[in-house]
Design a protein around this ligand. Structure first.
Ligand code: URA
Length: 433
């Protein structure tokens, strides 16, 4: 088989045979197909698309390019959860202990933040002592003992995706539904869970800006799961403003603890209950979504997931006292406000710009090599639909830098007020099973 023929075939819009897809992924990972040929093929895929069968084959080939984690020694149905990424998205910190408290074993691998989106691993590292690099046996033993472990992605998880993603990033080929779906699902398949709950976000702070694109991505990922024998459910949720009120790392952990104590913002409670409900139904813990939602709402309100979170923090070397004293987590030296210039109602917010502003304050990375400031971040004093008076704070900036003007300029321009009342749309936009 010659790569030039495979590229030509895709350029003409033909469907690849399974052997062709395996050839591309295996030879590219082994360094036997050069970047210029892979770039040409990726561009042909962007322009011509892929069938469901091709996308599933691509996903499997990428998953098999490295380790496939064997979780069979963990008792029960292991259910993973993945978010396509957003701003202020600290749901894993709540969903994982909540599902675990209900009886679902959660053995999770999470990523770091890049650009305007945060990552669970960075957030967890704001807990003093918390270790994210845990040996495989310890990880499995911890899930059997505490029902929950969250670690960083191992180096050899879907290496084909790592190499392809780096190339896509510099060849304008990220933006393709089959390539995004294959990239995400290959890592989920390699991570070894029995079933997967996807939180596919749509809106100004998400990868997919429109609901239609998010639906297509969600359907493609659910189809891949089905073809590869992993039960997969996708929840579509709005990312037209940051989730909750905190954006950053230590401040997001504080907010997650507030929700685990039975308080916190309503949107964060709603999405965590919805995602955990799907995990519990897939995990066979509750017979129906209605029952799961009801039970999990009560459990969250009653603080029943908090002790699971505390045990999990202690098991991974973190200081469990932060759960009782979240104010002891890192706090920034400076706090300033962006204030409203007029009266009105919060009508629109560009969540991506809020994420970029948080990154500029130090809460995120421009490049993978950057280090982050765990105390930096932004608090939203107003959310969509809230009445606003001139002079009131819209955002509170947390920074260790004296000069926060770059972030401030972005925040001043990232929202719009309306004259009359505004009702924000629903948070949960649909479910694809
Ligand atoms: N996230 C991924 O893991 N892969 C993509 O292609 C896009 C987002």
């Amino acid at each position: 088989m010659r790569m030039v023929d495979v590229i030509h075939s895709k350029r003409l819009g033909n469907e690849h045979a399974a052997e062709e897809i395996r050839f591309i992924v295996e030879k590219y990972t082994a360094g036997e197909i050069p970047d210029y040929q892979m770039s040409a093929w990726l561009m042909a895929v962007c322009l011509q698309g892929m069938t469901a069968a091709e996308t599933a084959e691509l996903t499997l080939a990428m998953a098999k390019s490295g380790d496939i984690v064997d979780l069979s020694s963990i008792r029960g149905i292991k259910v993973d959860k993945h978010s396509t990424g957003g701003v202020g998205d600290k749901t894993t910190l709540i969903v994982a202990p909540l599902a675990a408290a209900a009886g679902v074993p959660v053995a999770k691998m999470s990523g770091r933040g890049l650009g305007h989106t945060g990552g669970t691993i960075d957030k967890l590292e704001s807990i003093p002592g918390f270790r994210v690099d845990v040996a495989r046996e310890t990880f499995i033993e911890q899930v059997n003992r505490c029902k929950l472990a969250v670690v960083g992605q191992s180096g050899n998880l879907a290496p084909a995706d790592k190499k392809m993603y780096a190339l896509r990033d510099v060849t304008a080929t990220v933006d393709s539904i089959p390539l995004i779906a294959g990239s995400i699902m290959s890592k989920k398949i390699a991570a070894g869970a029995d079933a997967i709950v996807l939180d596919v976000k749509a809106g100004s702070g998400a990868f997919m800006k429109s609901l239609e694109e998010a639906q297509l991505l969600a359907q493609t990922m659910v189809d891949i799961g089905k073809q590869l024998g992993k039960r997969t459910v996708a929840v579509l949720s709005a990312m037209d403003q940051p989730l909750g009120r905190e954006v950053g790392n230590a401040n997001e952990v504080r907010e997650a603890i507030e929700v685990l104590r039975g308080g916190g913002p309503a949107d964060l409670q709603e999405i965590t209950v919805e995602l955990a409900a799907h995990m519990c139904v897939l995990g066979g813990v509750f017979p129906s979504l209605e029952t799961a939602r009801e039970m999990l709402s009560d459990m969250l309100a009653g603080g029943q997931a908090l002790p699971v979170f505390k045990r999990f923090v202690a098991a991974q070397g973190g200081d469990p006292d932060v759960v009782d004293r979240p104010e002891s987590l890192a706090q920034a030296k400076f706090r300033t406000e962006v204030q409203a210039q007029a009266d009105g109602y919060m009508a629109r917010m560009n969540a991506e710009q809020v994420g970029i502003a948080a990154m500029l304050l130090g809460a995120g990375r421009k490049t993978k090599e950057d280090t982050i400031d765990l105390a930096a971040g932004i608090t939203l004093r107003k959310k969509l639909g809230d009445p606003v008076r001139a002079g009131e704070a819209i955002f509170e900036l947390h920074s260790n830098k004296e000069d926060d003007s770059e972030a401030r300029v972005l925040l001043e321009q990232c929202y719009e007020l309306a004259d009359g009342p505004v009702s924000p749309g629903p948070l949960i936009r649909g479910v694809i099973e």
